[in-house]
Design a protein around this ligand. Sequence first.
Ligand SMILES: [Zn+2]
Length: 307
Amino acid sequence: MLTAFISHQDCEQHNMGPEHPESPLRLVAIKRQLERSGLAQQLDHHSAVPALAEQILLAHSRYHMEKLAFQLPEQGIVWTDDDTALCPHSLRAASLAVGSVILATNRVLNSKANNAFCAVRPPGHHAEHELPMGFCLYNNVAIGALHALQQPGIERVAIFDFDVHHGNGTVDIFKDRPEVMVCSTFQHPFYPDRYSYLERPNIINCPLPAFSDGYAFRKVVEQRCLPALQAHKPDIIFISAGFDAHAEDPMADLRLHEDDYRWVTQLLLSVANQYANGRLVSVLEGGYNPDALARSVEAHLQVLAGF
Ligand SMILES: [Zn+2]
């Protein structure tokens, strides 16, 4: 198994201030853990290039892009909502995050890698068609899915989102696109509570009450997500890989552990093997305890890389 690891140093330049949990240290912790364990040497490393405007426009309006560019400060920080901010480097980082997913998708579709992980920030799954929110500016995974659909032989895509927060942005973008299935497990009631009750054949929302553990998570994935994915028969699978449902995460109250991430990764890889020739692209979303995040990403990548 060849797993591409795609990132860019400048994703660490996006900085919303020393108190903000979505910190550059998250990527530092992940890279340090992979170096320390030796797993980094087993991965195929690539540095992203910034996305083109027309790629970002696959999922967002021109107004969304222009408004962010207008708000971008020359120095200091500007808040776009209560918890999302721009610094002078934020849009370059956001564009590199999207560019990472495009590169990952191309490498997987061109059989240069079996699967890929994008270690990027800012995250993306809360960004709606015309609204940045929840630390997210551009919806990285949605743009990757729409880019994949432009490639020959890709007619159906599945996105699996196991971040503790509901991926409202991804649902907003795909609610009327039946060729894209969005499966989400998330704590509920909880932020952001937009679209969490939406029921569509291609939108599989799996709310979990606070303090749910790995057993409850695995049960809902097996009972609701797995049959839906098997019926959809995706040509490629994307993962919105947020690790903030971890028991040690400070932001939320689910109780997952590294083994649960190992389990769900194995399950998604077997669905990809069954329907999609193994094609799978995983994209970092949340995860705010740097240590638990780094261990969880390592577990996720061990499975992707076949260790
Ligand atoms: Zn999250």
